[in-house]
Design a protein around this ligand. Structure first.
Ligand code: NAD
Length: 433
């Protein structure tokens, strides 16, 4: 199959490279000339484990190429995937669909022969209808079908998620389009990932329902963690105790500083807007969004409390800035609100993140970025672990104690046993324990 991928970000680049690895011919398009220039020079503009090698292999095999010229990449394609960003619209939280619609109009002008337009971006119910309308209006003679094919990959494990997904969701009732989609995903079916076909609207909603459910699970255990702290229980015991129940499952039951990232915050908000517009309010998700919003600053206050109630004039060492490990993505990272809360209270911040510091500088310009974990701790009044990168899981705690001005560790990801930290002479505060 000949595939064109519009948008070469986290989703477009990974999907494009994986499709090429399945043996399809893929052209990845981006309007960001810098990104395409980097890709053409063999550099990967994002951090995603394994991606550099996958891209290099498929470029070398002649199955993967890059361009800024959308018009030239569309006419030969059997399927054109739209994988552009759908951020929150400023002001009201609706998904901002301008990039999707602009891509649709651009694609429309260059269509030749029957082409499947696949919406891979996360978009509210009904967006496929509007994409179809835009294409028909721009090019009334075009032969095409619009399909919804939401993406469920996780940054940091994106290639494995794409190649071995729990399921693939395809939303369309057009038999020709469905056949093209089955061909595209056929290599997966051999590996027994179920391909679920449904209506386009069903597929669009499935993505939001999935993310809202996961955000709910995280927020649920975070509130249980708060209760654990009050009643003297350990949330890790409780999470294990409930997670081994197959009906619940143990994933997404790790208490922490609140969910962040490029998907859950914007997607939960967009679901609420869709629900309000259709007069079917989602009260549980409303509560999840509100609870998670206030949790991030609450984590900043937890650090202040651990420092004796006042951080004015103090220096706080922060390890981990990205919203989770193995990505450089800083979008809506809880670290942003936590650092800002500490700065608002008069603290100075030193920080280190293995991959996220370049992006972090844009959101958090007024902190001292350090070269490694131990440099970050020098003369700090407390050490805070915000993101559970592997590199922070086995810190030399006696060395940490000797570097810190005050021996305080706040572990917002619960990655250390309390007795081990206390044995090293540090006071320990965690989440829900
Ligand atoms: P991203 O910002 O990393 O990438 C989007 C890319 O699209 C950018 O490089 C941008 O320059 C490009 N672009 C925008 N308009 C264009 C146009 N008209 N022509 C060509 N290129 C254009 O975004 P992302 O994280 O890859 O997310 C893309 C979509 O996938 C979003 O809807 C997101 O919600 C969804 N999604 C993301 C993830 C994730 O983990 N990042 C997971 C599942 C779904």
């Amino acid at each position: 199959m000949k595939i064109t991928m519009i948008g070469s970000g986290y989703v477009g680049l990974v999907s494009g490279a994986c499709f090429a690895d399945f043996g399809h011919d893929v052209i990845c398009v981006d309007k960001d000339a810098g990104k395409i220039e980097a890709l053409l020079a063999g550099r990967i503009p994002i951090f995603e484990p394994g991606l550099e090698q996958l891209v290099a292999n498929n470029v070398a095999a002649g199955r993967l190429s890059f361009t800024t010229d959308l018009a030239s990449a569309v006419p030969e394609a059997d399927a054109v995937f739209i994988a552009v960003g759908t951020p929150s619209r400023r002001g009201d939280g609706h998904a901002d669909l301008r990039y999707v619609y602009a891509a649709a109009a651009e694609v429309a002008a260059s269509l030749k022969g029957f082409t499947v337009i696949v919406d891979k971006s996360t978009v509210p119910v009904g967006t496929g209808d509007e994409v179809e309308r835009i294409i028909r209006q721009t090019n009334p003679d075009a032969e095409f079908a619009v399909v919804s094919n939401p993406e469920f990959l996780r940054e940091g494990a994106a290639i494995d998620d794409f190649k071995r997904p729990d399921r693939v969701v395809i939303g369309s009732d057009d038999p020709r389009a469905l056949e093209v989609m089955r061909q595209i995903y056929r290599p997966l079916a051999l590996g027994r990932s179920p391909i679920i076909e449904m209506s386009r609207r069903g597929a669009e909603l499935t993505k939001y329902a999935g993310n809202a459910f996961l955000a709910t699970k995280i927020t649920f255990i975070n509130e249980i963690a708060d209760l654990c702290e009050k009643v003297g229980a350990d949330v890790q015991d409780v999470a294990r105790g409930i997670g081994l129940d197959n009906r619940i499952g143990s994933k997404f039951l790790h208490a922490g500083p609140g969910y962040g990232g490029s998907c859950f915050p914007k997607d939960t908000l967009a679901l609420l807007k869709t629900a309000q517009d259709h007069e079917a309010p989602q009260r549980i998700v409303e509560a999840v969004v509100a609870v998670n919003d206030q949790r991030k600053r609450a984590m900043g206050r937890k650090v202040i409390h651990a420092c004796g109630g006042d951080v004015r004039g103090k220096t706080i060492a922060v390890l981990g800035l990205t919203f989770k490990p193995n990505t450089d993505d800083m979008r809506d990272s809880p670290a942003i609100a936590i650092v800002q809360t500490l700065q608002d209270a008069g603290a100075t911040i030193r920080a280190f993140d293995p991959e996220g510091m370049e992006q972090a500088r844009k959101d958090l310009p007024d902190i001292t970025y350090c070269g490694n974990a131990y440099e970050t701790m020098e003369d700090a009044d407390a050490l805070v672990i915000v993101t559970e990168w592997d590199a922070f899981r086995a810190l030399d705690l006696p060395r940490a104690k000797s570097l810190l001005r005050a021996p305080i560790l706040v572990d917002l990801r619960n990655i250390y046993p309390r007795d081990m930290v206390e044995a090293a002479g540090l006071t320990y505060s965690a989440v829900g324990r």
